[in-house]
Write a protein that binds this ligand. Structure first.
Ligand SMILES: Nc1ncnc2c1ncn2[C@@H]1O[C@H](COP(=O)(O)OP(=O)(O)OP(=O)(O)O)[C@@H](O)[C@H]1O
Ligand SMILES: N[C@@H](CCO)C(=O)O
Length: 296
């Protein structure tokens, strides 16, 4: 395998995982995009970040996008090179909007763009590699494929299938100022859950497929969860309180990914959005891109 290009540019969307009952499996692409330019160079690896993460991210080999490019090149037997990265980041970090999965998917799609046989890094291969590096296919799948996805793992690794999304679905994301790392939110989960709660979530997750496809009257029931959100309340009390209040007012609100953002599977009216902004939430109306990460 050879490198056939010395520069590629990749766009990758934010994502929201879980969508309530689909813990570690459902995901939705959101129209907030990071853009990464990767150049293969003779010298040492350098990283320039503009926007989210401009301060505090590694600027060399430890940077997540660099690690993902290298993983992709190694996986197909392509030679490594020095890398010059420029990242224009819009996806907030540590907010439950899939920033780390986006970084990994961007690096792998960049590797696909650099090599002589890009088909050896097809979507199945990229998803499997993304999960080796980042762990969670529920964000990586919609970042790669766009739209809504269900991801699962079998003996061969991570797999994903797309779920039809009605054009009328207009999600809203409420983003707080504070961050919460996924590993902190996962540490709050129990090792076992009641059988009845498993059955409860299985029915809701099945309903969610219908609701995403346009059965809007099912959205409230389809976004109920007993497997993860309540367990995480102590780690993000304001988020769980916002979800509770929104649902009481009739909005299909859930914790976005591992939090602390809130995902509402509906478009808010202006007065509700204004009230939330006054309480410190940034209100996004990102849309659902039907296409995921791609080369520009
Ligand atoms: N674009 C990026 N470039 C490099 N590193 C990143 C990038 N985005 C995220 N990271 C790394 O991932 C960390 C955040 O990952 P984490 O999984 O905790 O949150 P998230 O991906 O934003 O949310 P979630 O997985 O719940 O949707 C950041 O602190 C940073 O170390
Ligand atoms: N399913 C994951 C999403 C975050 O990567 C979680 O809720 O922990």
């Amino acid at each position: 395998m050879r490198l056939v290009r010395d520069e590629v540019r990749v766009r990758v969307p934010a994502t929201s995982a879980n969508l309530g009952p689909g813990f570690d499996s459902f995901g939705l692409a959101l129209g907030v995009w990071d853009e990464v330019t990767v150049r293969a160079v003779a010298g040492a690896t350098t990283v320039t970040v503009v926007g989210e993460g401009a301060q505090g991210l590694p600027d060399g080999e430890e940077h997540l996008v660099v690690r993902a490019v290298r993983l992709g090149l190694d996986a197909v037997g392509a030679p490594q090179a020095g890398l010059e990265l420029t990242c224009h980041n819009a996806i907030p970090h540590g907010r439950g909007m899939g920033s780390s999965a986006a970084a990994v998917v961007a690096g792998l799609v960049a590797a696909r763009g650099l090599v002589s046989e890009p088909e050896s890094l097809d979507d199945d291969a990229v998803l499997a590699l993304a999960c080796r590096l980042e762990g969670h296919p529920d964000n990586a799948a919609p970042a790669l494929l766009g739209g809504a996805t269900v991801a699962w793992e079998d003996a061969d690794g991570a797999r994903a299938a797309s779920v039809p999304v009605a054009p009328s679905l207009r999600p809203t994301v409420l983003v707080p100022a504070t961050q919460l790392l996924t590993r902190t939110a996962r540490a709050a989960l129990p090792t076992q859950v009641p059988h009845a709660d498993g059955a409860f979530n299985a029915a809701r997750a099945a309903l969610l497929v219908l609701a995403l496809g346009g059965r809007n009257e099912l959205l409230m029931a389809a976004t109920e969860d007993r497997l993860h959100q309540a367990y995480r309340a102590e780690a993000m009390p304001a988020t769980l309180e916002a979800v509770r209040a929104m649902r009481e007012a009739g909005w299909p609100a859930v914790v976005s990914g591992a939090g602390p953002s809130v995902l509402v599977l509906d478009r808010l009216d202006a007065a509700t959005a204004r009230a939330l902004e006054q309480h410190g939430w940034q209100v996004l109306d990102p849309g659902v891109p039907p296409r995921g990460a791609h080369l520009l």
